[in-house]
Design a protein around this ligand. Structure first.
Ligand code: FAD
Length: 444
């Protein structure tokens, strides 16, 4: 009786919590991946993320083959696929890693119920983050909604349980799962069917710009000094790998521990927003602070289009949006600046910006994106107050004073082809935003 391991946002063998448990239970283990028809049909035919996932699945299959096993890859509606699989095999159990997004939770529950009807057990594990919401709670119970106390508690939790590791000790929560030890429990032999091609699923081959999985130690060591400068490679650029689990979050956190606490704190923002989504699923559809529903957004479509295309006449905003459109990634400092400009100066609903980022970001992660947007608009759990409005000129002077970043992404900057006036100028935009936010919140 085989056990199936279902890969989703964990496209790796190494240090994979659920896979480790499946293999350790005895096997034989058959790993699978499903290209989800329901998700893919909503995407444009040129989507770099699908290509990235396809490449990663292909690499994963090769990695399994090196150990005598193989990855079975399906394309369809997950529930239908599972119904086929359970008919084909006399299954013992199904193992997987937990996914916290609303769509995934509904999907997994349906699969679990289907399998239960046929006597197959479903086991899911924490792998994508270091702590789940129930693990980092306030002393008097309940989830944190402010980052700094959350971080303190997170760190206390992390240090609360140390175990031996490589001659020293490490937090139990960061210790790797040694999947390699049990790979002999993979079912041996090649999968019957080949991996569906991109064309078969309706996608074109595009070349995503994917950063390396290994980050030079120097980048992490000097992260404090360089992380806010968009014109230099001063951040890890691991986000796309965290998103799809092509690297292990535990491994990267463990490495950061000895090198740079500021970097570790950024990884903890990711846990924080995931925990917020788990504890307050309402953030998916609306503001965490209910009173922000009252903001009368201008929602000017022409201005939104100009923002999307990087044609606002604000150099750093335009550079950011073009970096996003061309590469699928944007520097964090600039994400904050463009989000602030959209929600404050242009008075456009943060959900429009959130949706645009969701379409374009290679590292798109519902929890972090939603958290980032609600932070910028002032309506989130740990948001900047609405009256703190980024001055794009000061941001430019502070973080890109030589216009290195701007010139890289906006080649016509400084020529007559570049607009001489911004779409909405800072002083006027700031005053309008202050007035509109203040009035709406006072009445709400
Ligand atoms: P580094 O600076 O090297 O940080 C390392 C890792 O820490 C990141 O890969 C990421 O996993 C995590 N991290 C860092 N900052 C944050 C943060 N503020 N919130 C959550 N996690 C963080 N990040 C996403 O992964 N997906 C998104 O869809 C996303 N949308 C965002 C939208 C807005 C409006 C804002 C302001 C931020 C958003 N972020 C998002 C957070 C952050 O901008 C990116 O994680 C970061 O720029 C990725 O680059 P990096 O890997 O080089 O980050």
């Amino acid at each position: 009786q085989p056990t199936l391991f279902w890969h989703r946002r964990d496209l790796r063998i190494h240090d994979n919590a659920g896979l480790y448990r499946a293999l350790k239970a005895g096997g034989p283990v058959i790993p699978i991946f499903i290209f989800d028809y329901e998700i893919l049909t909503q995407l444009p035919s040129e989507d770099a993320r699908v290509v990235f996932i396809h490449n990663s699945v292909t690499e994963l299959a090769e990695a399994y083959r090196e150990h005598g096993g193989d990855l079975r890859v399906y394309y369809g509606k997950p529930l239908n696929v599972w119904d086929e699989i359970r008919k084909e095999y006399d299954l013992a159990a199904v193992y997987t890693n937990r996914d916290y997004e609303p769509y995934a939770k509904v999907r997994d529950l349906a699969v679990k119920e289907l399998l239960a009807k046929h006597g197959v057990s479903f086991h899911d594990f924490k792998d994508h983050i270091i702590f789940e919401s129930e693990e980092v709670q306030k002393n008097d119970g309940g989830p944190y909604t402010v980052y700094t106390p959350y971080w303190r508690k997170w760190k206390t939790m992390m240090e609360s349980r140390m175990v031996p590791f490589e001659g020293g000790e490490v937090s139990f929560y960061l210790k790797p799962y040694p999947t390699e030890k049990y790979l002999k429990n993979l079912r041996q032999g090649k999968a019957k069917e080949s991996i569906p091609t991109l064309a078969e699923m309706g996608f074109k081959e595009v070349k995503p710009d994917i950063p390396a999985k290994e980050v030079p130690r120097k980048v992490i060591r000097t992260y404090d000094e360089t992380r806010d400068i968009p014109g230099v490679k001063g951040t890890s650029e691991l986000s796309v790998h965290f998103r799809h689990g092509t690297v292990s979050i535990r491994e990267k956190a463990r490495k950061a521990l000895g090198l740079n606490e500021t970097y570790l704190k950024e990884l903890v923002w990711r846990d924080f927003y995931s925990n917020i989504l788990q504890a307050f699923p309402k953030v998916v559809d609306g503001p965490f602070r209910e009173e922000y529903k009252a903001i009368p957004w201008e929602n000017n479509e022409e201005q939104f289009k100009a923002w999307c295309e990087g044609k606002t006449g604000v150099p750093i905003v335009d550079a950011g949006m073009r970096q996003l459109n061309e590469s699928g990634w944007m520097h964090n400092r600039v994400r904050m600046i463009v989000a602030s400009y959209l929600t404050k100066h242009l008075l456009i609903d943060w959900r429009w910006g959130e949706a645009y980022f969701a379409e374009k970001l290679l590292d798109y992660e519902l929890a972090s994106n939603n958290g980032g947007w609600q932070w910028a608009a002032g309506c989130g759990t740990d948001a900047q107050p609405y009256f703190r409005i980024f001055n794009y000129d000061s941001q430019q002077k502070k973080f890109d004073k030589d216009y290195k970043y701007v010139k890289e992404w906006v080649p016509e900057y400084g020529t007559p082809d570049y607009p001489s006036e911004p779409l909405v100028e800072h002083k006027w935009g700031r005053e309008r935003a202050l007035r509109v936010y203040k009035e709406a919140l006072a009445e709400a």
